[in-house]
Every structure is written in C-alpha cells, then in structure tokens.
Ligand binder design. Structure first.
Ligand code: E4P
Length: 215
C-alpha cells in the first residue's frame, strides 16, 4: 500500500517528502482554507515538492462548471488529479474528464455502491472517508472491505484511497484490507514512525556504548 499525505501545509508536505515514504498528496477546500493562502499558489508549491499525484478539488456542483474548473486545475501541472465530489453531476464530469485523459479522484464517498458508480464512470481514484463514518457510529473500514473485492472481482482499475484517516490503526487496517493507498495527515505519519520500545532500545544502546567507547 502506498501513502499519500493529506495536507495543504507546505512545511508538513516537505517534511513528509523528506522521509521518502510518500508518493502523493491530497488536498481539499477545508485544508486549503486552514492555510489561508491562494489555492493555485499552494498547488503549484506542492507540485514543486512532490513528484506524484496531487489531488486538487473543484468547488462547482454542476458537470459543465466542474469540467471547466478541472481543465484549469489540470493545466497547473501534469501531476494534478481532479477531485470531484460524489454527485450525479460529478459522475458526468468524471466520464468526460476520463475521455479527455484527465485523472480524477472521486471524493466524499461513504458507500461501496458510490465507489462502484465512480469506477464505472472512469474515476482514477476513489476516496472513501473512513473517519467520518466512524464519527457517526458506522464502521468506516467496512466500506474499504467491501470496495476492494468488488473492484477485484470485476477488474475495475480505479484505485482505492482510504481517506479521513484519524489514527495509525486506520492505516494498518486499510493496508490489511488491500487499499491501494491511504492518505494520511502528517501527525498520523509521525505517530506511525514512533514506538516506545524503539526509543528505549536506542537509549540503552547509546548508554552501553558510552561505557566502552574509549576502550
Ligand atoms: C482526503 O482526500 C479527504 O479530503 C480527507 O481525508 C478528509 O479528512 P477529514 O474527514 O479528516 O476532514
């Protein structure tokens, strides 16, 4: 399973990229708003840092307007993937963008049926939001568990991005279930790095080395 960073913060994206473990970036309007910066400028800066798919979301809700926005965003950099909300109009836009060779990431997906429709429309990626389902007392990971075998059974090539990841266990579960990608906030990436036994083990190695280093 690959890991994308779910962030529009340039410092976080640089730091995660330096670790050598991320292969893409996802943004959304809320993440951009959190930075309080110009959308296009943020996307350009991300594209200069990460050599991989960068999802940038349209804000229109009608197919024609989504397509017009998508064409503008896609012109920013060849790695831009257009994030399209899971609406009937969104499916129409995905079909047209796929016909034009533009990659899409269907977002705000909360059921396997929505994911099936997104794949049939020609989405490159689909983003089920596991954390937001957990928040309302549903089993978010079950949606990943449903989508992965359905896509495999019918040879659908759309890649599954486990999104709305809240903690390291979500990443582990997504990997076990065969998600292609998890898009992970920086804080959770750093939580994945850490283990108390690693810290304790290193402290002991260094302390023992001190005893013999001059011998
Ligand atoms: C990524 O594509 C999604 O926009 C993001 O993971 C949503 O996460 P949230 O539910 O924490 O806002």
């Amino acid at each position: 399973m690959r890991i994308f960073i779910d962030s529009a913060n340039i410092e976080e994206i640089k730091a995660a990229n330096d670790l050598g473990i991320i292969s893409g970036v996802t943004t959304n309007p809320s993440l951009i708003a959190r930075e309080g910066r110009n959308f296009r400028q943020v996307v350009e800066e991300i594209a200069a840092i990460v050599d991989g798919p960068i999802s940038a979301e349209v804000i229109s809700t009608e197919a024609g307007a989504m397509i017009a926005e998508a064409l503008e965003l896609a012109a920013i950099h060849p790695n831009i993937v257009i994030k399209i909300p899971m609406l009937a109009e969104g499916l129409k836009a995905v079909k047209e963008l796929a016909a034009q060779g533009i990659k899409t990431n269907v977002t705000l997906v909360f059921s396997a049926n929505q994911a099936l429709l997104a794949a049939l429309a020609g989405a490159t990626y689909v983003s089920p939001f596991v954390g937001r389902l957990d928040d309302i007392n549903h089993d978010g990971m079950q949606v990943i568990a449903d989508i992965v075998p359905i896509y495999a059974q019918y040879g659908l090539e759309t890649q599954v991005i486990a999104a709305s990841i809240r903690h390291p266990l979500h990443v582990l579960q997504a990997a076990r279930l065969g998600a292609d990608i998890a898009t992970v906030p920086y804080k959770v990436i750093m939580q994945m790095v850490k283990h108390p036994l690693t810290d304790a083990g290193l402290a002991r190695f260094l302390a023992d080395w001190e005893k013999v280093k001059d011998k």
